[in-house]
Ligand binder design. Sequence first.
Ligand code: ADP
Length: 450
Amino acid sequence: MLILLNSYPLLVSQNLVFRSKQAAMSGSVKVIESALSGLETLTQDNVSQALAGVDETGVSRILITDTAGRVLYDSRETGSAVGLYAFYTEIVQALGGNDAFFCRYDGQAFLSRVAAPVVYHNETVGAIYAYEYDTEQAELFKNLRSNLLRISLLIGVLVVLLGRRLSKMLTGRISDLLQAIRQVREGAYSHRAAETGTDEIAQIAAEFNSLTDRLQTTENARRRFVSDASHELKTPLAGIRLLTDSILQTENMDAETVREFVSDIGQEAERLSRISEDLLRLTRLDSGAIEEAATVEVAPVLQRVVRMLQMVAQEKDVTLHCEADPNAVVMATEDDIHQILYNLMENGIKYSMPGGFVHTKVTVDERVVVLQVTDDGVGIPDEDLSHIFERFYRVDKMRSRAVGGTGLGLSIVRDTVQRREGTIEAAHRAEGRGTVFTVRLPLAEGGEEV
Ligand code: ADP
C-alpha cells in the first residue's frame, strides 16, 4: 500500500505536468509559427525581423533552422548557436514535416523539447525548436514526493506500533489459553481459562471451559466408579477371608458349621462373579463395541424370561403376569431385550413382598414399542427416583445385598436401551404401592404399526 501511495500519485502528477508542458510549449511554437508564416525562404535577417514583434514566449530557448538544419535564430544571446548545424532528434523530425515533443524529469527540473516545421505553400522551409528547463514545477513535484514519503513513514510507524500492540494483546491471550490447556492436560481439571470479550479467542476459551467441565464430570464419575467397584469387590472378598480364617483357626469345628461356612463362601464367590459379569457388560457397553442390530420379536424373548424367573417368583410367592403384542419388533439383539426384561422383572420380584405381583406388558404405540414392568413392591422414594440408574446406586443397601443385587442392573438396562436409541423412565405405580418401569424402543421397519 505504501509503495502504491508513493508511486501512483507521483506518476499521475508527472504525466499531468508533461501534458501541460506539451500544451503550453505547442502554444508558444504556434505563435512563432504564425509570425514566420508567409516567408518563402528563411534567412537570418527575415527571421530576426519577423520575431522582433513577438512577445516573451515563456520558454527557455528558441532555435529556428533552415531546411538543412543550420541555426538562423537563437533566443539565447551568450553562446548563440547561429550558423551552427543543430541535429536534435526533434529538429530532424520537424524538418520531415512532423511535430515533435519530448519531456522528462531529471530529479531537478522538467526538461521539455518541442519542434515544429515552418511551412510555406505546403513545403517545409525550416524548423522551430523550443526548449524549456523548468525548476519551479520540479520543486513542487519534489515537495509532493517528500510529503508523500513523510506521510508513508508516519503510517508505517503507526502500523508497526499498532501491529505490535495488537499482536502482543492477541498472543498474550493465546498464551493464557495455552497455559490453561496445559494445566488441564496435567490433570488440574478444576482450572478454567479466562473468557474476556466476545471474539473468537473468547469463544475458544468458552468452548475449552465447557469441554473441561465435561472432562471433569467424566473424570469424577470414573473415579467414583473405580472406588465403588473396588469397594463392592472388597466386601465379598473380606467375607471369604473372614470365613476361611474362622474355619482354619477353630479347632475341631463340627462338620455342620464347616458346611455352613463353606456354603457362605460359595455365596460370596457367586456375588463376586455376578459383580464382575455386570462390570464386564458395562465396560463393553462403554467401549461402544455393540453387536449389530437385527429385528427381534419381543414376545418370545419375554416368554423365555418368564420361564427363567418363574421359579424365583414362586419361591418368593410373587405372581408373574405378562402380555405381549406379537407385532412388537425392535432393532436390537435378543440378548439386549433379554437383559432389559430380565433385569427389570428380576428387580420387581426382588423388591416385592410375598403375595405381590410383577406385571409385564409389551405394546406397540404408533412407531414405538413400549415395555412396561409394574410391581406392587416396596417402591422407590421420590428423592431416589432420578438416581437409580447410576452405577452402584441403591436405595436400601442392606436389602439390595440381601437379595443378591449388585447395584449395576439398572445402569446396564439404561445403557442398553440408549444404545438402541430408546428411553427408560421409572415412576410410582398410579394406584397403591410399587414401581413402574417404562422402556420405549423404536418399532423396527416392517413391524406392524398400530
Ligand atoms: P440392584 O442390583 O441393587 O437391584 P439395580 O441397579 O438393579 O441394582 O437397582 C438399583 C436400586 O434401585 C436397587 O438397589 C433398589 O434400591 C432400586 N430398585 C430397582 N428396582 C426396584 C423396584 N422394582 N422396586 C423398588 N426398588 C427398586
